[in-house]
Ligand binder design. Structure first.
Ligand SMILES: *Cc1c(COP(=O)(O)O)cnc(C)c1O
Length: 350
């Protein structure tokens, strides 16, 4: 990559021209001052806990995250789930009907969905048989209009992490943005790439409170990137994209570090137990290594086994239609009791 990486070469022209929408809260920021009278945002003045607009910059949440993840607050953008964050990346950097992105199936479906919604070409480069990025093929697929490469590590639905060498190679040699989706990083032994933010100006990391943090219902996605990248995304995000209830719940939960750690450890212990139990299930033909809170297995007949589990009241994910995932099922790791019931059911449908 050329040494003088300039984010402005990647930003869409219309976004470059824009100034961020300025909300009432942006124009007068000191809304903690108790004796101020706020008559600027057409809110209902009667207090009920959520009658005021939320902080558009989510300053309190970002401060907690910045401390915990060793990044600066201006290197963080929050969204209504990672899905909103990913959508903002398309809208900021990919010109519809002109630019393209690269994704590596089998992987998270939302990259392709968002490419479609934004009328951006999705160049799919299959993972290798051991579910690693095929670097040469990726490089071949890149052209002048390639803006983003999406890497999901640990990958959904395969469960494995991508090799550090592959990720570093792409960061060093691709002159567009490399987005690493780390939705499952807390279940992995690997460190987050967020430690490398200052090394790579084209690095973007997405994380979420939906998995390890146990807050799928509040919808909070996190994006880490250079201050320059984050300021571009800030320009185009909906002003109040993270609501007050979400911000409150996130702060409470992020403060509960011991409990989160214990839950993650328990899920990992359960995962390892499940992996052992699956060895005794006769129709399981292959158990793939996992660094996430789910396990991908190849079975004799995925559709048949899926239906039989449903009949026993257990819902898993059938991934058989995904490339390289013929007859594969994905099990999320549940509580000890849930996993025991799963194993009993799997042995009964043998
Ligand atoms: C579950 C998941 C997410 C989470 O998305 P949210 O919108 O934050 O709930 C992101 N990426 C991957 C790969 C996932 O599997």
């Amino acid at each position: 990559m050329e040494n003088n990486f300039d984010i402005n070469n990647l930003v869409r022209e219309n976004v470059k021209q824009m100034k961020p929408y300025s909300t009432a809260r942006d124009e007068f920021k000191d809304f903690d001052i108790a004796d101020m009278i706020f008559l600027d945002a057409n809110e209902n003045p009667f207090e009920n806990g959520v009658n005021r607009y939320p902080d558009p910059q989510q300053g309190s949440v970002k401060e907690v995250l910045a401390k915990q993840k060793f990044v600066k607050t201006n290197q963080i953008l929050l969204g209504n789930g990672s899905d909103e964050v990913l959508d903002l990346l398309f809208r900021a950097f990919c010109e519809p009907k002109k630019d393209n992105v690269i994704t590596l199936p089998p992987t998270y479906g939302m990259y392709g969905v968002l490419a479609n919604i934004n009328a951006v070409e999705n160049r799919e480069v299959l993972l290798s048989d051991d579910f690693q990025p095929q670097i040469e093929k990726i490089i071949e697929a890149v052209d002048e209009q390639t803006k983003i490469i999406f890497l999901c590590s640990p990958n959904n639905p395969t469960g494995n992490s991508f090799s550090d060498e592959s990720v570093a190679y792409l960061l060093q040699n691709f002159r567009g943005l490399v987005v690493i989706d780390e939705a499952y990083i807390d279940f992995s032994k690997k460190d987050s790439w967020s430690n490398e933010l200052d090394e790579y100006p084209n690095l973007i990391i997405t994380q979420t409170l939906s998995k390890a943090y146990g807050l799928a219902g509040i919808r909070l996605g996190v994006c880490y990137g250079s201050a320059e990248i984050i300021s571009v995304l800030n320009k185009i995000k909906p002003p109040y994209n993270v609501n007050e209830l979400t911000q409150k719940r996130a702060i409470e939960r992020l403060g509960d570090t011991e409990k989160i750690k214990a839950e993650i450890e328990s899920i990992i212990t359960q995962r390892e137990k499940l992996l052992k139990e699956l060895l005794d299930v006769k129709f399981v033909e292959k158990i793939y290594p996992t660094e996430a809170n789910f396990i991908l297995v190849k079975v004799d007949d995925a559709n048949k086994r899926y239906d039989k589990l449903i009949a026993k009241g257990i819902v898993i994910r059938n991934r058989t239609t995904q490339p390289l995932c013929d007859n594969c099922l994905r099990f999320t790791v549940g509580t000890e009791q849930e996993n025991m019931k799963l194993i009993v059911a799997l042995k009964e449908i043998n």
